[in-house]
Design a binder for this molecule. Structure first.
Ligand code: PLP
Length: 361
């Protein structure tokens, strides 16, 4: 099956096979990773290797802490303002889709967020020009969602905070490790694992270490970056098996040649699919402005919406599953994360052409 789900999403086959091989007896330990103490030497070696491989992949310097947490990216919508702001601090949000909007609304409980741009009236199909952003002087941070999973809009570059003390913060849940990123531009990067790097249950936070230790007094212990940084993500029982799986994915991404190589493959897959949509003479349509189309999530509609259910059904019969668009926007969406093979996208495109030939006119 080719699984086009937006997350939890497809994982590399070789990673799953490796996990299967090690499931019952991890490297001669006589234990499954699921059974190991998180304080034992075996698991410590797993989490340390995962962190070190992620640092290699994203070129993360020692000035940043890498945390393996729980609660999904949604928990970070609260953790970010709680850790970075006092209740009266103003922060700026650029809202390019539903996830950015959720992050903005959650922040209002803990500081004073301002929406400085929203793409809602244009159905979240654009990224603003950075010059047009009216950033708030003295804002504590500027928050973006690097890739809006539902709408398929992706930042290709990042806005520079106008104030030198303003931090750039990004939700990278759905394009994490899909391409190289200059981490030094950011105060905080956070991502749920379940799209590109592992199973759900693990949330990765990359935070500049000097920002840690200023959480609001009401911050729950589980949301306080300092607690997790001081304890190397082992303050309480972490999602051990999920972290192990992320570690296998990081190894695999390094073996593929790192994120520049991964990006090339992603760009190729995305261009084949967008070309098919754009070349369909209006039978298929992608509403997103061309320059900001996501390499990860490709939403599209049919000129004849009454055929959409049939499209999804027939695709599924051909073993291409989870192509239905998000319930809030309808249409179709093909999520083509790192682990989606080129063959999956080629098969989808050939199905699309065949479907059009049978239903056009
Ligand atoms: N941010 C983005 C960009 C997402 O795609 C998602 C989930 O799909 C979330 C946040 C919420 O993540 P979680 O379900 O891990 O809380």
């Amino acid at each position: 099956v080719f699984n086009f789900a937006a997350g939890p999403a497809t994982l590399p086959e070789n990673v799953l096979l490796k996990a299967q091989e090690e499931l019952y007896n991890w490297r001669g330990s006589g234990m499954s990773v699921m059974e190991m103490s998180h304080r034992g030497k075996e698991f410590l070696s797993i989490i340390q290797k995962a962190e070190s491989d992620l640092r290699t992949l994203l070129n993360i310097s020692s000035e940043y802490s890498v945390l393996f947490l729980q609660g999904g990216a949604t928990t970070q919508f609260a953790a970010v303002p709680l850790n970075l702001c006092k209740p009266d601090d103003v922060v700026d949000y650029v809202i390019t889709g539903s996830w950015g909007d959720k992050a903005f609304k959650e922040a209002a409980k803990y500081c004073k967020p301002k929406s400085i741009w929203s793409g809602k009236s244009e159905k979240y199909t654009k990224i603003p020009s950075f010059d047009a952003l009216e950033q708030t002087p003295g804002a504590k941070y500027l928050h973006i969602c690097a890739n809006e999973t539902i709408h398929g809009v992706e930042f290709k570059d990042y806005p520079k905070p106008a104030d030198e003390n303003t931090l750039l913060v990004a939700d990278m849940s759905s394009n994490f490790c899909s391409k190289p990123v200059d981490v030094t531009k950011f105060g905080v990067i956070y991502a749920g694992a379940q799209k590109n790097v592992g199973p759900s249950g693990v949330t990765i936070v990359i935070v500049r270490s000097d920002l840690i230790g200023n959480a609001q007094p009401i911050t729950p212990v589980m949301l306080d970056y300092k607690i997790h940084a001081d304890n190397n993500s082992l303050y309480n029982t972490p999602p051990c098996y999920g972290i192990y799986m992320c570690g296998l994915v990081f190894e695999d991404l390094i073996a593929q040649g790192g994120l520049s190589e991964v990006e090339k493959k992603n760009a190729k897959k995305a261009s084949i699919l967008y070309d098919a949509i754009d070349g369909s003479k209006g039978f298929y349509w992608c509403p997103v402005e061309k320059s900001v189309r996501s390499l990860m999530n490709v939403p599209f509609t049919l000129a004849k919406p009454e055929l959409e259910a049939e499209f999804v059904k027939e695709a599924s019969m051909e073993k291409m599953v989870q192509l239905k668009g998000h319930r809030s926007v309808g249409g179709m969406r093909a999520s083509i994360y790192n682990a989606m093979p080129l063959a999956g996208v080629e098969k989808l495109v050939s199905f699309m052409k065949d479907f059009q030939a049978r239903h056009d006119g």
